[in-house]
Structure formats: C-alpha cells, structure tokens
Design a binder for this molecule. Structure first.
Ligand SMILES: [Zn+2]
Length: 106
C-alpha cells in the first residue's frame, strides 16, 4: 500500500502528478501531456478539458459553448434572474507546479 500522507505541496506535486523534485520537466512529450491532462481535468459542466491560466495555479473552462454553473437569483419583486458562472478552479498545489508543467518558467 502506498502511503497517501503528504507533508508539503511539493510532495503532492511529486506523488499526484508524478513529478520529480527537480525543476526539470520530463522530456517525454507523451508523459508530459498526460501530466498536463491530469492537472487540468475536465469541466464538470461541459466535460471538456479545462485550460491552464498562465503563471497561476488556476484552471478554467474556456469552452465558448459552456455556460458553467447555473445560478438563480431571486429579485426583490419576486422575478428570477438566471446567471451563469464560468467554471474556475484553484488547484491545491502551488503555481510552480503549473508553470513547470506548462513550461513558462525559463
Ligand atoms: Zn465547461
């Protein structure tokens, strides 16, 4: 059994994303692509892969056809207003994991 306790963000990056503790990203493009896909995940609303927001630990759905989360707001006069909130997620690991995976570090 694998011990699933993590002691730092670096541990999470290494264990969850298969990353090496060094600053270097894998040269294996297939492996890198898999790591990127795992990092991004999919939008829970449209099921399309999310996009990485450069230099951050934020991922977002950039699918133009995806409305995101439906929110119904009740106005004072009783009418309901429907708005949609785009899907954005802040990753638990630090921004350095993203910059490392998506190569904007140099
Ligand atoms: Zn979406």
């Amino acid at each position: 059994m694998k011990d699933k306790r993590y002691y730092s963000f670096e541990d999470v990056a290494i264990n969850e994303f298969g990353m090496k503790p060094s600053k270097k990203v894998t040269n294996d493009q297939d492996k890198l692509k898999k790591q990127q896909e795992k990092y991004l995940g999919v939008c829970p609303y449209c099921k399309e892969p999310c996009s990485y927001v450069e230099g951050t630990n934020v991922i977002a759905c950039r699918n133009e056809k995806c409305k995101g989360k439906k929110i119904v707001i009740k106005e004072d006069d009783g009418t309901e207003k429907v708005i949609y909130e785009p899907y954005v997620k802040i990753k638990q690991c630090g921004a350095e994991v993203g910059t490392r995976l998506f190569g904007k570090d140099e």
